[in-house]
Design a protein around this ligand. Structure first.
Ligand SMILES: [Zn+2]
Length: 297
């Protein structure tokens, strides 16, 4: 039974990022569930890991061919206001990060930016090569006022202590395909600098000490589903970046529909997360699903 003020849902709701309205020129963020974000600064829109075509654990685990769901993708482009998005950044090429990226690119005209494996997913789904930008460790791309650097990190041991679907996608992958065809392809932290502030998107909570030396982010979007523990993420991801705000993502149950109440993923240990986040030199904030919030003003 939920105890008032202590349950995950109460904490999640109490900590929503405040929507303080600035005059103009704010950078806003909309959470799409999992690691999916839409970032908009009034001029340029960027999706990161947009994924809305969710399938149940049974279909995913038993190798059903997963189709991007056009109706949901259209709906989310409308919700986020991303009709003219300029780019789609992909942290790694597991299906829950990349499956929908080609359809978002097709419908918005945005450039897909990610690893060679991500490029092969895009090519297989019919996206032309000129709409795909392949990055390697520490490559930087500039899109509007956003300066984006991909930093190679490691995937978390998310499945019974092991990294699921390792390896690379070595040839164009036609859709639909089963989850197991979407190999990781290298996991990247995505560091985004903007005149209003810098943030880091951490798509998978693996730990690789030392990669964030000399890097600062005001806000960290921290995937926490499948993490080993929270303390090592604090030590090796959050502390080196000196953020003022940490925003957990990818803790929702990706095997069910996106829901405003955000049911946590099985085994995600939200109580451990909230306990470890007490009394830290940064704030923890959460995002409602499908509502833009001011990130930087
Ligand atoms: Zn993954």
């Amino acid at each position: 039974m939920a105890i008032i003020g202590c349950s995950h849902t109460d904490r999640y709701r109490a900590k929503f990022l405040k929507n303080t309205e600035p005059a103009t020129g704010a950078v806003r963020v909309t959470w799409m569930g999992t690691a999916g974000l839409y970032i908009f600064d009034g001029e340029t829109g960027i999706y990161i890991d947009p994924f809305v075509s969710r399938y149940g654990l049974f279909k995913v685990g038993f190798g059903a061919a997963l189709k991007p769901q056009n109706t949901l993708i259209d709906e989310w482009i409308r919700i986020t206001g991303g009709q003219h998005a300029a780019a789609i950044l992909v942290s790694h090429s597991h299906y829950d990060h990349v499956l929908d990226a080609p359809r978002f690119a097709e419908k918005t005209g945005a450039m897909i930016v990610g690893s060679q494996s991500t490029a092969n997913v895009a090519l297989g789904a019919g996206i032309p090569a000129h709409q795909i930008k392949i990055i390697k460790d520490r490559d930087t791309v500039t899109i509007g006022n956003f300066e984006i650097t991909f930093i190679q990190s490691v995937h978390s041991p998310a499945l019974f202590g092991r990294i699921p679907w390792t390896g690379t996608v070595d040839a164009p992958l036609p859709q639909p395909a089963p989850a197991s065809s979407y190999r990781e392809g290298g996991a990247y932290a995505i560091w985004v600098k903007h005149p209003k502030g810098a943030f880091l998107h951490y798509g998978s909570p693996g730990v690789k000490p030392g990669i964030f030396e000399g890097i600062h982010a005001d806000a960290v979007f921290l995937s926490i589903g499948g993490r080993k523990d929270t303390a090592s993420l604090i030590d090796h991801v959050i502390t080196p970046l000196h953020p003022s705000t940490v925003i957990p993502i990818h803790f929702d149950d990706l095997f069910g529909p996106v829901d405003k109440d955000v049911k946590p993923l099985i085994n995600v240990k939200m109580n451990e997360f909230w306990a470890e986040m007490e009394n830290k030199p940064f704030e923890v904030r959460t995002l409602p699903v499908g509502e833009a919030r001011v990130l930087f003003k």
